[in-house]
Design a binder for this molecule. Structure first.
Ligand code: SF4
Length: 316
């Protein structure tokens, strides 16, 4: 039986960012330096495949520090941690390595600098996401107020409307965040913030590529995990840019083939924590059913790389 033709648009950039790459490298290098087990507080990056792979190599994933023994190294995830976490590790005399993405650490430093200047901080982010918890936890309770939507801005109860700064989570939708920033600036004209916002290069680039792809593809799949903020934003950006069917899939087995019946063009991208092996798995699933022609939609080139902490670069 002949297969129907399908143009498969592949977004570039897609998948792993420099922060995720570094965090995974940190766990692998820690395992080779200190042997197994190495403890990791929270999923190192939000992807089950990556976590399972590291678990098979000897990493033990826990949610809280008190689940770790004091005689084994512990690594903090790429999303960042509240100040209380390294403080507790130091108090328990544990060996710890911080895999917080340098672009998240930059936001932590920004928040601290504003606090030192006497400003109260408004954080634009998602409640309960580990990055938001980590950034808010850089300062004492009450010093960082969280908003998620423009509606939240209207009800914000601040200490002094003339002494405010804002920071953002790094993995938000660029367009949604611009709306929240505009609402903040309207209600608090004196509020200070970063030049644009703190959304990182990887998030921005992946969203731009999705917008370009949405103009051509009838349907779109984002390879990523349901707890990955940047992956979920890619689905929203695709849908908002006019793609009639935009879905998140973790693996090829999640593809709803019935929903894709009759399509002739398809877009594929991946969140910053999704490995390329899973993108290839999805492409192969399409090749099995269609006569596929791949077209790359490239909107940016990336050459960002972050160094791993010195302790892992030193010889034993
Ligand atoms: S998505 Fe951005 S902030 Fe998050 S780990 Fe990647 S580069 Fe860092």
């Amino acid at each position: 039986m002949t297969k129907p033709p399908l143009t498969l648009y592949l977004a570039a950039p897609r998948g792993f960012c420099a922060g995720v790459d570094r965090a995974i490298k940190i766990v692998e290098m820690a395992l080779s330096k200190w042997g197994a087990p190495v403890y990791v507080r929270h999923e190192i990056v939000h992807n089950e495949y990556v976590v399972d792979d590291l678990r098979a190599k000897g990493a033990v994933f826990v949610e809280e520090l008190d689940e770790c023994p004091t005689d084994r190294p512990v690594i903090f995830s790429a999303h960042g941690v509240p100040k209380s976490v390294p403080a507790e590790a130091a108090a328990r005399q544990m060996l710890y390595v911080d895999a917080t993405c340098p672009l998240v650490s930059k936001v932590h430093i920004e928040a601290e600098r504003h606090h030192e200047n006497g400003l109260q901080i408004v954080m634009i982010g998602h409640a309960g996401h580990p990055e938001t918890v980590g950034t808010m936890g850089q300062l004492p309770d009450g010093e960082v107020l969280l908003v998620e939507t423009p509606a939240d801005v209207a009800t914000l109860d601040v200490r002094d409307a003339t002494r405010l700064a804002f920071v953002t989570q790094t993995t938000l939708s660029v367009d949604d965040t611009a709306e929240v920033v505009a609402a903040l600036q309207t209600r608090f004209p004196a509020i200070v913030g970063p030049h644009k916002e703190d959304i990182c290069y990887a998030t921005t680039n992946r969203q731009e590529a999705v917008k370009a792809m949405a103009e051509r593809a009838e349907a779109m799949l984002v390879v990523g995990a349901p707890n990955s903020s940047n992956s979920k934003r890619l689905v929203e950006v695709g849908a908002r840019a006019g793609c009639a069917y935009a879905q998140l899939v973790q693996r090829a087995t999640d593809i709803d083939w019935r929903a894709l019946d009759g399509i002739r063009s398809m877009g594929i991208t991946a969140g910053a924590s999704a490995p390329e092996v899973l993108v290839n798995e999805v492409i192969d699933a399409f090749r099995a059913r269609y006569e596929v022609t791949v077209e790359i939609i490239e909107t940016a080139q990336e050459n960002v790389e972050f160094k791993v902490p010195r302790v892992l670069r030193e010889r034993v």
